[in-house]
Design a protein around this ligand. Sequence first.
Ligand code: HEC
Ligand code: HEC
Length: 427
Amino acid sequence: MRRWHATVLLGSLLTVLVWRALPSSPAPDGRQLYQRHCAVCHGEKGKGDGPLARVLAFPPTDLTLGVFKFRSTPSGEVPTDADLRRTIAEGIPSTPMFGVKGILSDAEIDALVAFVKSLSPSFRKRPTGEPLPINPPEPTPALLSLGQRLYRELACDTCHGARGEGDGPMAKSLRDNRGRPVRMPRFSDARTFKGGHTPADIYRSIMTGLDGTPMPAFGNLLEEREGWALAYFVHSLIQHCSPPRSGATVPVVKKSPLPESLDEGWDQIPAVKVPLEATWEREVMPETVQVQAAMDRARWALKVRWEDKSQDDDDALAVQMPARTGGLFPSLFWGDQQAPVQVWRWSPKQGLVAFRAAGLNSCTLSKTKGVQGKGRWRQGMWTVVFVFPDAPTARRIPFAISLWDGSKKDKGERRLLSGWHFLVVGE
Ligand code: HEC
Ligand code: HEC
């Protein structure tokens, strides 16, 4: 009896010891991650009423309603965990919801999935249907021409237009379930497929439909092979793709002397295209900015170039970076108290302005601490160069771009912005 007691005690003591010895990596807190990265649009409780929602061209989903567009489950059901993971990791193209793949860890993305599910009672009901199996056949010419025929026979063109440009006879009158005009995809432009543009993504959208919109589910009408035929046909219409919306790397190339001027010394340094999205209802123009970076022993420099047909005093560019190295990944929307960002903004009117931001509407001017900024508009292009007076603070520095075009009436949160990308210090 005693002995048994002792073993149990020893056993639990050991457990405690072993548990203590393990590296302490607490499970990520989905609620906190959601408040940091999502609430600005989706609102604290998921109602789609975050502080940025008023500005956005397209309102964020009310996550409490249990109606989701991007699902592998039958129409009317909630998405699977894998569906939510894909949406959160990849983001939603053509909206300023950038993906968090490469920015948050897999465990953090899983915690976000769990938190999103906790926002709606619909996730507590039992699913009645099976998720759509994805078994792509070979995309033969015969399959493609079957797809082309079905596209007309099933009247896809009445909404999507004969060539898929979103200009079918019904397109203008289409509304979503909340009475708002829908934004039609243009099949020539991969960036307008909100649910992804691989053949499997397109197949999923066609078979399960986009709930809450007039896009029907065709799964009950079509054989698997016919669904793939349509998916390959739609995929074959894509002509225009974009570079990654977030997570691209920009090498910080070693170069002595450091290129400090707007033109000289930058020729050999690779330029990375960073795509932009608009926060409000306006054309995304320019579609990308070009970013270059260089360093010598003591300093580093960043050059950004973009197209703008007309020069305007209210044009401006800002680069944001985490204010602290290591630690939490800040919100793309100007950080927060726990993970603030440092912002460098250049405009022809004000020149270089530095501020530290800890959330939307929470920024304070900071000293420029020897950082220089200069810019010039010439022949329809802006060029801005920042020179930093010290060595880069880390091997991998996250950065994001914001751009205001005065002639397009951009102001404050009405702007173009990129996702998070990384400056990577070379050998
Ligand atoms: C800049 C604003 C913004 C941010 C930040 C944002 N979203 Fe969204 N989100 C949107 C918009 C807009 C939509 C609706 C897109 C549509 O329906 O066409 C959306 C839709 C969604 C959907 C529904 C997709 C579907 O299948 O219908 C989910 C889930 C979602 N967001 C989760 C998140 C999570 C989790 C985060 C944080 C990691 C996040 N969002 C951050 C704007 C945002
Ligand atoms: C009644 C009108 C209507 C018909 C018919 C229709 N669609 Fe759609 N479709 C839409 C709308 C509206 C959207 C965009 C919904 C949104 O994002 O809000 C859409 C979106 C899509 C998308 C893009 C999904 C994404 O990722 O953004 C694909 C692909 C698509 N439809 C294919 C088809 C095909 C193929 C057919 C015929 C088999 C078809 N649609 C029939 C209205 C329609």
